[in-house]
Design a protein around this ligand. Structure first.
Ligand SMILES: [Fe+2]
Length: 488
């Protein structure tokens, strides 16, 4: 948009707080109202990805279609600065050169004239810090891009080992203990999935085909310190509809859920599959080893019950297709020596999704996860926040105001260190009563007390997807060594 107003067709995902915003804002805290005190031990960048459509869409715009835009708050020395920038992907640049949209969305016909890019790769879903740079990701498996975490300048495609374009899905993980970046992709051609690892110096240290029985719709993976765990879930595209150019989900209730366990640098013949009750899950939380056991936690989609009180597995299609998100904290366990498996709910009360955690401890037996409390009626809303004990399932709850909608939060460890939960939860909030976008900062040790600081922004931040915390010490370390791994 960049100063010019674009006329969008009537579409609820281009209206209200879904409406796109202008690019290039750069606002320091003298232009915000600060309620409470900014913690002095916040050092780093909170950054969130999400759709922000630049050109009037030619067809049936869907919420997932918009061009990726990053919104960030840089905290340093007790000060805060907000920035937003589009991710300047290849498709974004092609449309910028044309001056109008060249791709429709996921509900529109795919572009037959562009076998390399039948759908617009927006990079709009996820963002992680690796080797001092942000890496943006798209949930349909796309080209990851490198972005400067402070300026939000797009630096170019992430080479991920340097041997040509490599598509990856959203929800790659960074192991902050050694700097590994662990990722997966999925697609419609055999073997249907790959997993890979890029080390802190940017070298591709693993690239392994993961053979699935057919095309699948995985959304996430797990990373323990020793293993990568991949998803083969019974929610798929309906193939007949797909070949007719339509989007229709199908749940194969007779298929098991399968999790594939492979050492981080393992080869395809080291992959082992383990079966569980059929389910779907979007977001994982943590994986860790304890003796022979590998434990996995995540937000499992909770099917609605039928007239007899039994789980209606086909309701998973409705839940996923119509944004009726219904998920519960869940744990799966695998004995890697005997093959025994166990599974069950950790909590059956809270509809909880979009998890965050102290990323320094991911892959180890960490104790806490922080989730959005999901409301789905009349429309989906992140109504509050939850802090879960991952051993006991016990929850602490913060109920947000009725006229407030949160986005995904990130956990920012206090720069002075401390216990696992010594730090802050940071997220954007939409205050509908005041028609205002805000940043809320919580003490993670006292979540029910509510935000300890709010930044009232003079501009709107639209609804988005995933957020992360770029630790200031990791940014400084990467800048000091200038190894960066990546040379975009
Ligand atoms: Fe996601």
């Amino acid at each position: 948009m960049s100063g010019t107003e674009t006329a969008y067709p009537v579409n609820r995902y281009l209206a209200g707080n879904f409406a796109p915003v202008e690019d290039g804002r750069d606002i320091d805290d003298t232009e915000m109202t600060v309620i409470g005190e900014l913690p002095g031990d916040l050092d780093g960048v909170f950054v969130r990805n999400g759709p922000n459509q630049r050109h009037a869409p030619p067809g049936n715009y869907h919420r997932y279609d918009g061009d990726g835009m990053l919104h960030a708050i840089h905290f340093e020395g007790g000060r805060a600065r907000y920035r937003n920038r589009w991710i300047r992907t290849r498709c974004f640049e092609e449309e910028a050169a044309a001056g109008h949209a060249l791709w429709g969305g996921m509900l529109d016909p795919r572009r037959d004239d562009r076998p390399d890019m039948p759908l617009k790769d927006t990079a709009n879903t996820d963002v992680m810090l690796h080797a001092g740079r942000l890496v943006t990701m798209w949930y349909m498996s796309g080209q990851p891009y490198l972005v400067d975490p402070v300026t939000l300048e797009t630096l170019g495609p992430a080479p991920l080992g340097g041997d040509g374009p490599r598509r990856i899905s959203a929800h790659a993980k960074t192991d902050e203990a050694n700097g590994d970046f662990v990722f997966f992709d999925y697609g419609r051609e055999p073997p249907y999935m790959h997993m890979g690892v890029v080390d802190a110096a940017g070298r591709l240290t693993a690239s392994t085909p993961i053979a699935l029985p057919g095309p699948r719709l995985p959304h996430d993976m797990w990373m323990s310190r020793r293993h990568t765990v991949l998803h083969d879930l019974p929610l798929i595209w309906d193939e007949e509809a797909y070949h007719n150019g339509r989007v229709k989900l199908r749940f194969e209730a007779d298929w098991p859920t399968r999790f594939g366990v492979i050492p981080r640098h393992g080869t395809a013949d080291e992959l082992r599959w383990y079966e569980f009750e059929p389910c779907y899950l979007l977001h994982t939380i943590n994986a860790w080893e304890a003796g022979d056991w590998l434990h996995l936690t995540g937000c499992r989609i909770q099917p609605f019950t039928d007239a007899h009180g039994q789980p209606d597995l086909q309701s998973i299609v409705t839940i996923m297709g119509r944004h009726k998100l219904n998920a519960r904290l869940y744990k799966w366990s695998i004995n890697l020596a005997t093959g025994e498996t166990r599974e069950g709910l950790l909590d059956d009360r809270w509809n909880a999704e979009f998890p965050a955690w102290n990323n320094a401890l991911m892959g180890t037996p960490m104790r806490n996860a922080y989730c959005a409390e999901i409301e789905v009626e009349p429309t989906i809303r992140f109504a509050g926040l939850l802090k879960f004990d991952l051993e006991t399932g016990a929850a602490e709850h913060f109920a947000g105001p009725a006229d407030c909608a949160y986005g995904e939060v990130a956990f920012a460890p206090a720069s002075g260190g401390g216990d696992e939960d010594a730090g802050y939860l940071i997220g954007f909030a939409r205050n509908e009563a005041e028609a205002r976008s805000e940043v809320h900062i919580f003490d993670a040790r006292n979540l029910p007390d509510g935000p300890i600081c709010k930044l009232l922004l003079p501009c709107r931040v639209p609804e988005g997807f995933h957020a992360t915390w770029a630790r200031g010490d990791l940014l400084s370390a990467a800048a000091a060594t200038s190894q960066g791994g990546y040379t975009a």
